[in-house]
Write a protein that binds this ligand. Structure first.
Ligand code: CDT
Length: 304
């Protein structure tokens, strides 16, 4: 059994400091702890505003949104408070890696921190959505492909919190392969942070369906792999742009077991029985018995 909190955040504005964001993360952590949480899950890019909505070629300006160490000077007190409370957490942030030869790598990253404050897992976003170049015709940019390179490690799982825990970030949740790769590794709990603007400029007819698609993909990912899924938004109106909230925890049955009801800072809590996963993993989705991989080869071939 594990009690998990989906710690949704409302907007973080461009002027807000890392310290402002950490104040809110600590408050959410304490709220989760007071309600019995052993694990609190924060959104994608939880330390800053969703900066890919602004295009810039100025490397210093771009990298001002990134962390070079974790914990760092501003985030250390989050780790310390979590260890004091004995509550683990999952945190999304922008990660800058500078190698000895000077090569720079920028990733959209999420870490899993155990109840003693130690980092047990790191995931770097694989499916990077949006565009590479400035597109001034849009009402706002979604230049993730300018700011981030795809994580080279792919999807993994970690033995943590008494179960098998995996991570994914935002756009990853729309792709069935994300869940299936972790499903093949026995995942029981998938943690996903997201920032999803409600306006999708390439095809605005999808705007009204954002909440439906959010539920659709996480519910089916949970069910088809016999796993819990925790989806956590940074929602509300940030820099005048509205993003989806509706953070939720999904059971292996595909059902929603807890959901946020606001668009601001809020923790949705659920007590999860990870053994419940086996009802699905050992029956309809018994992979060893029923999968037919020879017919799936084309989905793992390199694209041209
Ligand atoms: N952050 C992120 O990946 N957002 C995307 C927005 C849609 S694609 C521009 C998402 O999949 O929710």
């Amino acid at each position: 059994m594990i009690t998990v909190g989906a710690a949704q955040m409302g907007p973080i504005e461009k002027e807000d400091t890392r310290s402002d964001a950490v104040d809110r993360l600590v408050a959410l952590l304490e709220d989760g702890a007071s309600r019995g949480c052993e694990l609190v899950v924060f959104p994608e890019l939880a330390l800053t505003t969703f900066f890919p909505r602004w295009f810039t070629d100025d490397v210093a300006e771009m990298e001002s949104w990134f962390e070079t160490e974790m914990p760092g000077p501003e985030t250390a007190r989050l780790f310390e408070r979590a260890a004091e409370l004995g509550v683990g957490f999952c945190l999304g942030y922008a990660e800058l890696v500078v190698l000895e030869d000077g090569t720079r790598h920028r990733y959209n990253t999420q870490i899993l921190v155990e109840r003693d404050g130690s980092v047990v897992g790191k995931y770097r976003k694989v499916h990077i959505p949006g565009h590479e170049h400035d597109e001034p015709g849009r009402p706002f940019q979604h230049a993730e492909r300018h700011y981030f390179e795809p994580g080279p490690e792919g999807f993994d799982v970690w033995d943590a919190f008494g179960g098998v825990v995996g991570m994914a970030i935002c756009n990853d949740r729309r792709w069935p392969e994300t869940y299936r790769v972790m499903g093949l590794k026995g995942v029981e709990l998938v943690l996903i942070g997201y920032n999803t603007p409600l306006h999708y400029d390439p095809d605005p007819q999808q705007n009204a369906l954002a909440g439906f698609h959010n539920n659709l993909v996480m519910s089916s990912g949970a069910y088809q792999n016999g796993t819990y899924v925790v989806g956590v938004a940074k929602g509300g109106i940030e820099a005048g742009i509205e993003s989806l909230a509706q953070s939720a925890i999904f059971a292996p049955s595909g059902q929603v077991v807890a959901q946020c009801i606001t668009t601001g800072d809020e923790v949705a809590v659920a007590r999860l029985d990870l053994d419940f996963c086996s009802f699905y993993k050992e029956t309809v989705f018994d992979f060893d018995r029923y999968r037919v991989p020879k017919h799936y080869r084309s989905i793992s071939q390199e694209k041209d």
